[in-house]
Design a protein. Structure first.
Lengths: 415, 188
């Protein structure tokens, strides 16, 4: 091929859809039919549009009723508050913020939850000292963080334009890329490749990550590297192995997510999720593989659970996970109904810990409790599901404009 | 070129009626815009099925989310942002899931004038640009399409992506550089 200068005209000619590119002629009719079939939106929504039509008397009556309702709810909440108080626990909680709101103050269009603009925040158990981890660095967003076992370092994944694994410290030193930082890395023959979902080894010297690419190989690889490894492939002791490979068709694909390394150092868990081409999840599986790369296996679970977000218990005997993980289901606009479960890595002793269909993103604390998301707050409970209570009853609600959406919390292992 | 979407004037009252639940008003808004939305999605995603899904999902999502739009005058930017986000999600999902890219031979890009004595070379160049474009990520594709295909100004793109104009200029320039880099690789 001959070299040529990329002119604006050539660019436009090449990318402009042809005249025959057009939607079906009945497109609008289809949309009209589908919105008619949806659960209706009230024509009086939003309330502000109906407000001027109400008389002052009716407005006063509504305000009185509202006040009574608030008082009743307050009494109920105070009366039913669990006795457990987690606000005095030490350590930081690391939160994942799901994305910036538009600067004009409007509500983001659906789908804009993910993924650019994501950030990480630290907060105390009593809801104080909320602050962002290395704001704006890197500028491409942060997601899928992991604590080192000593609670001093944080690895995370950047989002745009290429997912890379970074590491910073609890003190907020400038994040450094850990692993490959070539714009078009060619490890494992994958061009280009993306490195994601870091998890530390118990000794903090290694990171296990997922590398994926969409070249001819079309596969994802779980990859173990020295924490400050160069571009050497598959550093010892575990080597690397392919598990997230391939695709079933252009409609269904799979990816590997949520790596967690067992505290005894022997095993790694993760989940594979099958999605359609728009990222909507269809199914998922919980997997365990030995840390030396041998014996990858599916944890046998009831098919309807759709597991994700696994994390090892401190004694490495149990895996906590959620059904319909928020990172996959809700982000894709699918109304997931998650609950928290524990199971042994061989599939025995499956136990459902929550039953409200709005509890997910679980993770263990170093003393064997489970931190999880429930309805706008981070909660804590014992390993058997008892003593569930918000971590900070008086602090900020995470699901608010002030702090943005956040479902995922990670308690500092050693404060 | 003036863009609200495809040069349509803002119709704030129509948007307000749709926000209040008027399905006929919403259908009219969509009817006026769906061709433009579809072509934008197609230019980013480069195939019919994905473009149709993205456009449909955007329209259905808009109906659900419209009551939460605070400023009806920003409807077009809001709608386009939703579409672009869906296209990016679709592309990112392909990559995260390690899906092999399907080569799209049905590409319907316009060709340079046949009277050009270098028409053959131009055709090859267009193909090379398209192949290189399909190696870019969703964000890069979106910026290039909005600016070079739809001729949207920096200010318009900034309104769509909710970013400062300086950021848009930088992202656009990065996208162009990435495309040129891919083209150079095609050349080797």
């Amino acid at each position: 091929m001959t070299s040529f200068v990329l002119s604006d005209t050539a660019l436009e000619h090449a990318l402009q859809p042809g005249a025959d590119v057009r939607p079906p002629t009945d497109f609008t009719k289809q949309i009209a039919a589908r919105i008619s079939a949806q659960p209706g939106r009230s024509s009086s929504w939003p309330l502000s549009r109906a407000w001027p039509r109400l008389s002052p008397t009716v407005i006063q009556l509504l305000l009185v009723l509202l006040l009574l309702l608030v008082l009743a709810l307050g009494a109920f909440v105070i009366g039913s508050r669990p006795p457990t108080d987690y606000t005095t626990r030490s350590g930081w909680i690391l939160l994942e913020h799901f994305g910036a709101n538009p600067v004009d103050g409007s509500v983001p269009a659906e789908g804009s939850l993910a993924p650019i603009g994501r950030s990480l925040w630290l907060i105390r158990a009593d809801g104080t000292q909320l602050h962002e981890v290395t704001p704006g660095i890197p500028a491409d967003g942060k997601t899928n963080p992991a604590w080192s076992r000593d609670g001093r370092r944080i690895a995370f994944e950047s989002v745009y334009p290429q997912s890379l694994v970074y590491e910073t410290t609890i003190d907020g030193v400038k994040p450094e890329i850990v692993g490959s930082h070539e714009p078009d890395c060619t490890m494992s023959g994958l061009v280009p490749c993306y490195e994601r979902s870091p998890a530390y080894s118990p000794d903090g010297q290694h990171l296990v990550t997922v590398i994926s690419g969409w070249g001819e190989a079309g596969q994802a690889t779980i990859y173990l590297r020295q924490r400050y490894g160069s571009n050497e492939e598959c550093s010892r002791p575990a080597g690397c192995w392919h598990l997230g490979y391939g695709f079933d068709s252009t409609l269904v694909s799979t990816s590997i997510e949520g790596l967690s390394w067992s505290p005894d150092g022997t095993q790694i868990t993760f989940y594979r999720v099958a999605k359609n081409r728009f990222g909507k999840p269809l199914n998922s599986e919980l997997w365990v593989v030995n840390a030396d790369g041998t014996d990858p296996r599916v944890v046998p679970l009831p098919e309807e659970l759709k597991p994700g977000d696994p994390d090892w218990s401190p004694d490495s005997s149990l895996i906590v996970f959620s059904s319909e993980p928020i990172h996959d289901w809700r982000e894709a606009g699918v109304p997931g109904a998650p609950d928290v479960y524990t199971v042994r890595p061989d599939g025995r002793d499956l136990r459902q810990l929550t039953h409200d269909r709005d509890s997910g993103a679980p993770g263990w604390t170093s003393d064997g409790k489970i931190l999880f998301y429930r309805t706008g707050r981070m909660w804590l409970m014992d390993a058997d599901g008892s003593n569930a209570a918000p971590v900070y009853s008086h602090g900020p609600t995470l699901w608010s404009d002030a702090t943005g959406w956040s479902n995922y919390g990670y308690w500092q292992p050693i404060p | 070129m003036d863009h609200t979407v495809a040069g349509l004037p803002h119709n704030v009252s129509l948007v307000a009626r749709a926000q209040a639940g008027d399905q006929a008003a919403f259908t009219r808004l969509i009817d006026e815009r769906h061709q433009q939305l579809y072509r934008t999605a197609w230019a980013i995603l480069r195939n019919d099925a994905d473009a149709l899904d993205a456009t449909q999902e955007t329209c259905l999502g808009a109906w659900r989310e419209l009551p939460r739009l605070r400023d009806p005058a920003r409807f077009d930017a809001w709608l386009t942002r939703s579409l672009v986000n869906r296209c990016r999600t679709a592309l990112r999902s392909r990559r995260r899931a390690s899906v092999r890219e399907v080569q799209l031979e049905q590409s319907a890009g316009l060709e340079l004038p046949s009277t050009d004595r270098d028409a053959g070379e131009s055709l090859a160049n267009s193909e090379a640009i398209r192949r290189a474009f399909e190696r870019l990520n969703g964000e890069q594709r979106s910026y290039l399409v909005l600016h070079y295909v739809e001729h949207r100004s920096i200010a318009e793109i900034a309104a769509i992506v909710s970013a400062p104009e300086g950021t848009v200029k930088w992202r656009l320039s990065e996208a162009r550089r990435a495309l040129q880099s891919r083209l150079a690789r095609e050349d080797r």
